[in-house]
Structures are given as structure tokens and as C-alpha cells.
Design a protein. Structure first.
Length: 409
């Protein structure tokens, strides 16, 4: 639509607050083209439960208040369909707003899932030596637990193995467990048996904890791992981790992150992802890349010669602060933060300006300020501690009393 294209000509709209985005990208384009649109429009917001609580409140509250005060011709034709898992805070929130809801758990999806499984296994039988069996359909239907994405992952696990029969046998051996967990366990346990823990946990943790999908090259450069090692891992995990066209790597479903970060569900220590530990690892990797690449030579020259900055540097500059905020802040990490702020800060700002991400820099610094309480006495090595300061909490770590270095020196 031309109105949306015109709105996107403003680069700030993609990082603006939700209200101007709703106005510029949805409501105003509808108002300008309503004579060419159907009488009833439905906008679907899927998986709202995967947002954090503040985002949920902002999105739903914005829809409720903005539409109420908007052009009546839009209100009468526009409907929003919001899907979510029935989590308690969401149920209370929607109930308080008197928004009508429909419990889809009352709909039995087993027949549709069975049709899907029969079709997929028949395709497999047509292209391999596998012969479709009723017990296999029943097994996969049981594993799916009435969830389509679980059925999809289970079928992919069967199709992507050395042979469909051997993969199905692994699922039979897993016992009478339903849902995504059984598939995740079988897939991840298989790769854990083939590789060392060090080969697995860094790439998997980075994929599930990154704040935007990363390419293979970005992960290779950020973590300093070999291409062959990453390719082998992604090949083994292709039932649960996909590589999109364009090389972006992402989990097939957000529940993979929930599984990997829950010690009660992910019982294999080789693949369990400890969020604070691994965010620390990623933030350290971001500092390493920025220390290495944010050098004195003009970044504009790099950008002009290569047409763009390296993707790993771009990611590190955008998201190091968010990873730091989720980390276990030990003294080593704080020392790296001080070294970065003393020597690389201006180059970091220049990098953000080249990628039009200065707003992320501002929010990133705000995040760091919130989680790091710096000792007020930093100006000399013989400074006395502030006797009024309380004992440091988890996020209150005192910087060693180094002499301050001029920023950008």
C-alpha cells in the first residue's frame, strides 16, 4: 500500500513508540484507502504471551484507548484478533478490560493433526523406503499433545534423520510423553551424545538468547567458532532450529527457549542454557568484537568500502547493553565495561550513527545506568569509600578506583 510505503520513508518510524507506529502504519493508511478496502478488516496479533508484561499492557491498552478516540468510520470496520496462551496475568488483564474471549482449548484439533500427520508420512513414504504404519501416526499424534507445532517438529525430526524408522524408534523409546518436550529432549540428547558440551552450548545459547535472529557468519565471527562446527550443529538441530532464506537462524518455536532455560524440563547439563551465565558470555563476546573492530581508522571508510559494517559488529553495538543487563555482573565484566567506556565510546557512537541506531544507544546506556551503581569516588586511587553506601546488591558492583581516562582517547 502506498500510504504504508510513504510512512516507511521516515526511518524513525521503525523504532518509534507503539502509538505513532499504530497511527502511521495502520490507522492512517486505512483511513486514506478505506474506499478501496473491504467493509470489515481483521488484524491478527499472534502469540501475545511471548511479549514481556509491559509490552502486553502497552499494546492492548493502546488499542483500547486509541481506537476509542479515533475516526468512527475506522472503529466500525476494524477488528483485532489477539491470540495467546491462557496465562494468568493475561486472563486478568483482558477480563478487566471486558474484552470478549474464546477458549480454543474447547476445540479438539486431534482430527486435523491426524490428517496432517498422515499426509506428511505419506510424502515421506513416497520419497524413501519407509512404509507408513498406523502405530507411527498414533505415536506422533500422542506426542503432539494437540499442538500443531509439536506435530510439525516431530515430523521434521523423523524426516531429517538417517532413516525415518530409526528416528521413529527413538520417539517410541522416549516413553509416553506428550508435547514439545519429548521432541526437544530426543533431538538435543542425540546431538549431545555426538559433540562435546563446549561445541554445543555457546551456539545454542546465542541463538535462543539473541535479541534478533543472527546469520551464520555473525555467530561464527562473534563466537570465534569454525564454520564446519556450526554447520554440523545446525544440520543436527534442523528440526528445532531453522535457517531462513537470507541465512538468519531462529528457533522453530519460542517454546525452545523456555525449554532450554528451565532446569526442571531440560535435564541434560550439556544443553541446558543458564540465562545469566550465557548472557554474560554473549556480552563479553560483544565487548571483544567492539574492542577489536572499533579502532582508530575511520569507520566511515570501512562502511564505504564494504558497503556495510560487519554484521557481528553491528549486533554487538546494538545489543551489548541488553545482554549486560541480563548478565551476572562480576568484576571482570565490569572492568571490560569501564575499558570500553574509557576508550571506545565515541567510536561506538559513530558506529551507531552509521547504522541509524543512535536511539538504541541512548536506551542501552539507560539500561546500563539502571543495573549498575558506580562508586561516586572514581577520580583518584586513594579515594575513600563512601561510608553511606549500602552493601552492593547483585547489580551494584563497585568499579576499581582507576584513574579516569578521557572518553575516546
Amino acid at each position: 500500500m502506498a500510504p504504508i510505503s510513504r510512512a516507511l520513508e521516515d526511518p524513525t518510524i521503525l523504532t518509534a513508540n507503539s502509538e505513532p507506529q499504530l497511527q502511521k502504519l495502520i490507522l492512517e493508511p486505512i483511513l486514506q484507502t478505506q474506499d478501496r478496502l473491504p467493509k470489515r478488516l481483521v488484524i491478527i496479533i499472534d502469540a501475545l504471551d511471548e511479549c514481556d508484561d509491559n509490552t502486553i499492557v502497552n499494546i492492548v491498552g493502546l488499542l483500547a484507548t486509541t481506537l476509542e478516540n479515533y475516526d468512527p468510520s475506522i472503529r466500525t470496520r476494524l477488528r483485532f484478533l489477539v491470540t495467546s496462551r491462557p496465562e494468568e496475568p493475561l486472563l486478568h488483564f483482558f477480563t478487566d478490560l471486558h474484552i470478549p474471549s474464546f477458549d480454543i482449548s474447547a476445540v479438539n484439533p486431534e482430527r486435523d493433526i491426524r490428517i496432517f500427520l498422515e499426509d506428511e508420512l505419506q510424502k515421506l513414504a513416497n520419497s524413501t523406503t519407509y512404509e507408513m504404519k498406523e502405530k507411527d501416526i498414533r505415536l506422533l499424534a500422542q506426542i503432539s499433545g494437540g499442538v500443531f507445532v509439536a506435530a510439525r517438529i516431530a515430523v521434521d525430526f523423523v524426516a531429517f534423520g538417517k532413516s525415518p524408522d530409526s528416528q521413529l524408534q527413538k520417539l517410541h523409546n522416549a516413553g509416553r510423553i506428550s508435547g514439545l518436550d519429548v521432541v526437544y529432549r530426543v533431538v538435543l540428547d542425540a546431538i549431545a551424545q555426538e559433540s562435546s558440551a563446549s561445541d554445543i552450548f555457546q551456539p545454542i545459547a546465542t541463538v535462543v538468547l539473541s535479541f534478533t535472529p543472527l546469520s551464520k557468519l555473525t555467530i561464527i565471527d562473534l563466537l570465534h567458532i569454525k564454520t564446519e562446527r556450526l554447520d554440523h550443529l545446525l544440520h543436527a538441530l534442523r528440526a528445532v532450529i531453522h535457517v531462513r532464506e537470507g541465512d538468519a537462524i531462529y528457533p522453530i518455536h519460542a517454546s525452545l527457549r523456555d525449554f532450554l532455560t528451565d532446569r526442571r524440563r531440560c535435564t541434560n547439563p550439556c544443553v541446558f542454557v543458564n540465562p545469566t551465565r550465557h548472557h554474560s558470555m554473549i556480552s563479553g563476546a560483544c565487548f571483544d568484537r567492539m574492542t577489536s573492530l572499533l579502532q582508530k581508522p575511520d569507520l566511515r571508510y570501512i562502511c564505504r568500502e564494504k558497503k556495510r559494517l560487519p554484521d557481528d559488529l553491528t549486533y554487538a553495538c546494538r545489543y551489548w547493553a541488553r545482554h549486560l543487563a541480563e548478565s551476572h555482573l562480576d568484576q571482570s565484566l565490569v572492568d571490560r565495561l569501564q575499558a570500553f567506556a574509557s576508550v571506545r565510546l565515541l567510536y561506538w557512537i559513530e558506529c551507531l550513527s552509521l547504522t541509524d541506531d543512535l536511539d538504541l544507544g541512548v536506551s542501552g546506556l539507560g539500561i546500563v545506568i539502571k543495573v549498575l551503581v558506580v562508586c561516586p569516588r572514581l577520580h583518584s586511587c586513594d579515594s575513600k569509600p563512601n561510608i553511606h553506601s549500602s552493601a552492593p546488591t547483585k547489580y551494584q558492583i563497585r568499579l576499581r578506583p582507576y584513574y579516569l581516562m578521557p572518553i575516546g582517547s
